[in-house]
Design a protein around this ligand. Structure first.
Ligand code: BQZ
Ligand code: CA
Length: 694
């Protein structure tokens, strides 16, 4: 019996049949309207082909200092370093036209590199470092500026693709003749190594979590040419899968360096392999525009331009324009501070507590940085661990909580104990935050208000639902107890996992603790740093988790497999046990069917209808407890050119992808000498530091 049949509601709302409610219970209402907040700056909408195409140019050029390496015989001429038909960016589509070489973008990040083995699950510390190093088959970050009638993933390492007549196969043609940053050829073998020994290897979870289910249950991939692979699906033409071939889930590694160290080809354990390229292993071969040449622990990662980068502008200049990339290893809050102060160059202003101060500083006429708010796409939810059949070997206490999490009345009590107005105002006052019930965000293309069920804040109703869930404060200490036959009738005690790298996550988690205490539920905080949090989450060692949501609730098309437990290892809050069994609740099974149907269809109307069904299932059953949603702002130093107007900090991907950094430049008269290794290029894989021309 799901929540739906128990909850009476204003019938006008979503046409639900009124259910049975006890006197004190308060039923569903419509979502309170969010305060109006207009994004600053609108994108200039174009078609994908207006941005770039693949073709041969008559001649190519490179920075003068790179020509010195060619003259010294250390590098082949630029034409030989490029593919036959490089990716050619149209300068007409560049906001400030063709760029000039030089200068650096100084990022500040709050994560820390574990190593360069991205496809075996190493984190590089986020903040754009992985986005710039590991390029993927398709690209979706820049889709924020693509006309809706042309909306589909952009080509990238995959220059084109075609569906078989029956739609069961997809032939993907790779760029031909491109090279890794150490000169080794990029080809289909790199994709086979990634797919066979990472996506399909149950012992390995690539960073951003690609598994076979990411590409559709039962999907296979085979090499069908030196620069061609063919996917075979179990349902016809799942075009959404092309989004999964973008950043995060299909960004192959350099198999010539990695395959010999994989457990399949060596005595290495999986742990040895995962850690085979530690952060001080320099010049790790990449397809990205910049290569790591220096690493100082807790200080900085420095990258230099990749001399084999396979993209040019239509005047023939090999990209990138910027010679160097910095990632200062600090905190996320410091990223905001340094960006507005001008000692850093870039920030996604996403911690609402920093808005007022950042706005004040940026409003200054001589502020070094531009600050522009985008759409309300930063949002937080609380997720409950629903796995009650053994995932992560829970002890008796954890098991009791997981069973409570699966109780519809318990979830209803929790969500109605959350005062979302107070939650938002605890971060920042003003028109920023909206009351967010969970699921797809208001204002995004698949959102439907009529399908969104909102349960208003009511401690009285929460208490009634907790009572209906069998909880009572039997020892009178103010906290609800389990029934006598569960844990000896002890107090309910819940651990709440949250990310200590962001003050926002901590503030929201503390808000949950305080509001649950008011409702008589004891919650204990477990604050962990990003890398440790991910490991704890993926091993199931938590009861509840505060999470900043990703693109699945904004664009839906990016990461739809994150919307429901469609596979045994795809939903962080509901994983299968060691036997591979996943104990879905009825409404979860309905959500899974809805998401799979969404992935399997290309019909816009069908997709819209399926997402209405999904949104109703998610919100009426309280699949997650939405907390708050608010707009982010992009802060970029004013010396940079070619920043696309209206670039959101997060939509299909983060702004580090969206602004197309390989096209960004600094005009000659605005260049600052921030380069730490001027005149150098990345050296051989594993060698220390950058290479000099002579
Ligand atoms: C942006 C982003 C670029 C990951 C990360 C970090 C990890 C999560 C998420 C964001 C950081 C910045 O987000 O907060 O503004 O620069 O890196 O990747 O939160 O802990 O696992 O999903 O992207
Ligand atoms: Ca008690």
């Amino acid at each position: 019996m799901n929540l739906f049949t128990r909850v009476a509601s204003a019938a006008l709302l979503v046409g639900m049949a009124p259910g049975v409610l006890s006197a004190q219970m308060v039923g569903a209402t419509s979502v309170p309207p969010a305060p109006a907040f207009d994004a600053q700056g609108e994108p200039v909408f174009v078609n994908r082909a207006d941005v770039f195409e693949y073709r041969a140019l008559d001649s190519y050029s490179e920075p003068d200092f790179v020509s010195a390496f060619v003259a010294a015989g250390k590098l082949p001429p630029v034409a030989e370093r490029l593919p036959a038909e490089p990716l050619v960016y149209s300068t007409a589509n560049m906001p400030d036209g063709a760029g000039v070489y030089g200068d650096t973008m100084r990022h500040v990040i709050g994560g820390r590199p574990e190593g360069w083995n991205y496809i075996a699950g190493n984190s590089q510390g986020w903040g754009g470092i992985d986005i710039g190093m590991y390029e993927c088959l398709t690209r979706t970050g820049p889709l924020f500026m693509i006309n809706s009638e042309d909306l589909a993933p952009m080509p990238n390492l995959a220059k084109g693709w075609e569906w078989s007549e029956d739609g069961m196969q997809l032939v993907v043609n790779l760029i031909e003749g491109a090279k890794w940053s150490d000169g080794d050829p990029f080809d289909a073998d790199d994709l086979v190594f990634y797919w066979d020994h990472h996506v399909m290897d149950p012992e390995i979870t690539p960073l951003n979590g690609a598994s076979q289910d990411t590409f559709g249950p039962g999907t296979t991939m085979a090499k069908t040419g030196e620069f061609q692979v063919t996917f075979t699906f179990t349902t016809p033409r799942p075009e959404a899968v092309l989004y999964s071939m973008a950043y995060g889930t299909f960004c192959p590694g350099p198999s010539h360096i990695m395959a010999p160290l994989h457990p399949a080809n060596s005595e290495n354990s999986y742990e040895d392999y995962r850690n085979a390229f530690p952060p001080d292993y320099m010049n790790f071969p990449v397809m990205g525009a910049w290569v790591p040449v220096e690493y100082r622990s807790d200080d900085i990662v420095v990258l230099r331009r990749n001399p084999y980068y396979w993209k040019v502008d239509d005047t023939g200049q090999q990209l990138p324009y910027l010679n160097e990339m910095h990632y200062r290893l600090s905190t996320w809050a410091d990223r905001d501070v340094q960006a507005v102060a001008g000692t850093g160059d870039f920030s996604n202003l996403e911690q609402a507590e920093n808005y007022v101060e950042s706005l004040r500083r940026a409003a200054d006429a001589d502020s070094p940085a531009r600050l522009a708010f985008g759409p309300r796409t930063i949002g937080y939810s609380m997720y409950m661990n629903y796995s009650a059949n053994g995932w992560g070997e829970p002890d008796e206490r954890r098991q009791a909580i997981r069973e409570l999490n699966r109780n519809a009345d318990f979830r209803m009590g929790v969500t109605q104990a959350v005062d979302r107005v107070r939650m938002g105002e605890s971060l920042v006052k003003g028109p920023f935050t909206a009351q967010y019930p969970g699921g797809i965000y208001a204002g995004t293309s698949f959102y439907d208000e009529g399908s969104t069920v909102f349960y208003p804040y009511s401690l009285e109703s929460a208490a009634a639902h907790f009572a209906a869930a069998g909880l009572a404060d039997t020892d009178g200490d103010g906290f609800l107890n389990h029934p006598a036959d569960v844990l000896g009738g002890a107090n309910v005690q819940i651990t709440l996992l949250a990310n200590t790298d962001y003050s926002t996550d901590g503030n929201l988690a503390e808000g949950v603790v305080a509001m649950m205490e008011e409702a008589g539920i004891q919650v204990v905080l477990n604050m962990l740093s990003g890398n440790d949090l991910d490991a704890t989450r993926d091993s199931g060692r938590y009861d509840w988790m505060v999470r900043r949501n990703s693109s699945e609730y904004i664009t839906v098309l990016q990461r739809p497999t994150d919307l429901a437990p469609v596979g045994p290892q795809t939903a962080w809050m509901h994983m299968a046990n060691d036997a591979g069994e996943i104990d879905l609740m009825d409404f979860e099974a309905e959500m899974v069917d809805t998401v799979n149907a969404f992935i399997a269809t290309n019909d816009p109307e069908e997709r819209a209808e399926l997402m209405k069904t999904y949104q109703r299932l998610h919100t009426e059953n309280v699949y997650s407890v939405g907390l708050t949603a608010y707009p982010g702002a992009l802060i970029i130093n004013k010396r940079f050119s070619n920043i696309p107007p209206g670039a959101p900090i997060f939509m299909y991907n983060w702004a580090e992808d969206n602004i197309i950094r390989e096209r960004v430049f600094v005009a000659a008269d605005a260049q600052a000498d921030h380069e730490l290794h001027p005149g150098t290029l990345p050296g051989a894989p594993g060698s220390v530091g950058p290479m000099m021309a002579n």
